[in-house]
Write a protein that binds this ligand. Structure first.
Ligand SMILES: [Zn+2]
Length: 301
């Protein structure tokens, strides 16, 4: 059996998984970003290297390759570039650093692209060649697969639906512009939508979901609006690649019952009739947190 490493670099924690060639995570290690946030990136990358060595030693296996999913990850250069939710801005040669230290091939892509590859290799998109994967969390990430391939564009950054404008001149976005989809549909976006109803204060989308399930009108409408914003932008996205499905992944996606109905309604109301009633809206088939690890490993397999 061959073993690979799949790494999911996130804003609060990084998961390093030991993945077998058949797509099973047989062991994992988690590094909290907090402890490294005040310094340069190298100690953090060294901690990843240490964790990889420890996993390989514990299992007594040789690592065949390392795949990395990172925010603002550039597949072409193996770099993490100006990631807004990470402590290290600028451009960092993450893949090259890890590859050099371990003498094992390392490749890197955007975290949402990694999740899309994981979904295609091991999840609900196994038999699909054209789909869009949306990750809903701190931000809104998207990976677009067309003709069986992840779309990277000329510079490695294609498919950032989170930074397409849904409300011209609207809410401030972390990218410095106004009205991006991510400013409405993300953890921060959901909280802002809910707080605008002025019915109380919450700290997480899960709290809003619980209130919605208990019948609170403001919470119900928060999710309905969220679905409608998504549906509107996805109606546009449908025209670019004609996806068979749009798959949702991440913490907020757990509350899909609360926003899928308004999402589907708005999507169908705004999409060109060529695509009407053809696009499946689905939830990820992979356990939460696993898609990006599996996808990153699949990237290097
Ligand atoms: Zn933006």
């Amino acid at each position: 059996m061959k073993y690979y490493i799949g790494i999911d670099i996130g804003g609060t924690s990084t998961t390093i998984g030991l993945v077998s060639q058949e797509g099973k995570i047989s062991d994992r290690s988690v590094i909290l970003i907090e402890g490294f946030a005040s310094g340069p990136i190298e100690p953090f990358l060294d901690a990843i290297v240490d964790a990889i060595q420890a996993l390989a030693k514990r299992k007594g296996v040789t690592i065949e390759g390392i795949g990395i999913g990172a925010p603002n990850g550039n597949f072409y250069n193996g770099t993490m570039e100006y990631a807004p939710n990470m402590p290290w801005k600028e451009v960092h040669e993450v893949a090259a650093y890890i590859e050099k230290r371990l003498s094992v091939k390392a490749v890197l892509t955007n975290d949402a692209n990694a999740a899309a590859i994981g979904e295609k290799q091991f999840g609900v998109a196994k038999d699909m060649n054209d789909f869009i994967l949306i990750t809903l969390g701190t931000g809104l990430g998207s990976g677009i697969v067309a003709g069986g391939k992840v779309i990277y564009g000329h510079d490695g950054f294609a498919g950032e639906l989170g930074h397409s404008i849904v409300v011209p001149g609207g809410r401030d976005c972390t990218c410095g512009r106004k009205g991006c989809l991510e400013a409405y549909v993300s953890i921060r976006g959901l909280l802002e939508t809910y707080h605008a109803f002025e019915v109380g204060t919450v700290n997480t989308p899960q709290e809003i979901a619980m209130k919605a399930e208990a019948g609170e009108q403001a919470a119900i409408e928060t999710f309905m609006k969220t679905g409608a914003w998504l549906g509107l932008k996805l109606a546009d996205a449908a025209a670019y690649t004609s996806p068979e499905a749009i798959i949702f992944f991440g913490g907020i996606a757990q509350a899909s019952d609360l926003f899928f109905p308004s999402l589907k309604e708005t999507l169908e109301a705004n999409v060109h009739n060529l695509y009407q009633n053809k696009i499946r809206i689905m939830r990820s088939g992979l356990p939460l947190n696993d898609a990006a690890v599996l996808g990153s490993a699949a990237l290097v397999m």
